[in-house]
Design a protein around this ligand. Structure first.
Ligand SMILES: Nc1ncnc2c1ncn2[C@@H]1O[C@H](COP(=O)(O)OP(=O)(O)OP(=O)(O)O)[C@@H](O)[C@H]1O
Length: 277
């Protein structure tokens, strides 16, 4: 059994109303999307803006309610879960957003932000919660001098590290990453990407990695699902997508990568520069 099985997900958004406020136009944002994700695997979802990538990622966690289809996480029918069960389930499948600042409470210190899920969802005492938060922050490269700081005092890259630590607090097996480095300075993108990859290896995490930038995808993804206009164009291993794209649309996306990706003498892709620790 795969960790995540998604079948035939569909979502329309209302795109216009008549003078009585009735919905007249519908936009089919996601049309019959199916895929699976194994434990410890990274599946990238790529495509141009508006392809429906984020909507798919959010529907997996039911942050957006699908119109139809099914989502099975670790054997559990996600769309059938009751609110309480869904809250518990969402600890095992977390999400990291493009803008880390908006995902953190500005009035909470960094340590409290990471410890908070333990307060809400476990009966661990304060000392244990804080100890675990500090360990996680250390793991993502945030030093002890930032523990008492507030989000506004950190850089975008640091905040994304904090958001990653917070996502890890409840030991999830899946993280939906929605353009996790797109809002960061180019100089820190590779570092955060490498951090995500190292954590994936160490903790056996699965990622559903929503990303419009194919150059990043090649570094982190095991498989790639290409989407256009709400539909899956093709899904294949990352190596196949880059070496042997079958669909014209995928070839066009690849041709749009501005610089050739660095490779060693054997033609193997090189890891992103700026590797952390
Ligand atoms: N809440 C919403 N209400 C109305 N339309 C929406 C809503 N959310 C998304 N859409 C529309 O659905 C389509 C797919 O959006 P989605 O954000 O999933 O695409 P995407 O591939 O992630 O692109 P981007 O990278 O630009 O976010 C777009 O046309 C978008 O405008």
């Amino acid at each position: 059994m795969s960790l995540l099985e998604v079948e035939n997900l569909t979502k329309s958004f209302s795109a216009g109303r008549d003078w009585l406020g009735r919905r007249t136009k519908w936009l089919n944002a996601v049309k019959g999307v199916s895929f699976t994700l194994e434990r410890g695997e990274c599946l990238a979802v790529v495509g141009e803006s508006g392809a429906g990538k984020s909507t798919v990622g959010r529907m997996v966690l039911r942050l957006i309610e699908p119109d139809s289809g099914s989502v099975t996480f670790d054997g559990i029918d996600v769309l059938a879960t009751k609110p309480k069960q869904l809250r518990a389930l969402r600890q095992r499948m977390q999400m990291i957003f493009q803008d880390p600042y908006s995902s953190l409470d500005p009035r909470m210190t960094i340590r409290d932000a990471v410890a908070e899920p333990l307060l809400v969802h476990t009966d661990k005492d304060r000392a244990t919660r804080e100890k675990e938060a500090v360990e996680l922050l250390d793991k993502v490269g945030i030093g002890s001098r930032y523990l008492e700081r507030y989000p506004a005092e950190l850089s975008g890259g640091q905040l994304q590290r904090v958001a990653i630590a917070r996502a890890l607090t409840m030991k999830p097996s899946l993280i939906v990453c929605d353009e996790p480095v797109a809002a960061l300075d180019v100089s820190v993108r590779a570092q955060v990407l490498n951090l995500l990859r190292d954590l994936q290896e160490e903790l056996g995490l699965a990622y559903l990695f929503v990303c419009h930038d194919l150059a990043l995808v090649e570094v982190i993804a095991d498989r790639v699902m290409v989407m256009a206009a709400g539909e899956v164009v093709e899904t294949d291993t990352t190596d196949q997508i880059f070496a042997n794209p079958r669909q014209e649309y995928t070839k066009k996306l690849l041709a749009a990568i501005p610089v050739p990706l660095p490779r060693d003498a054997q033609g193997n892709r090189l890891v992103a520069p700026g590797r952390v620790g």
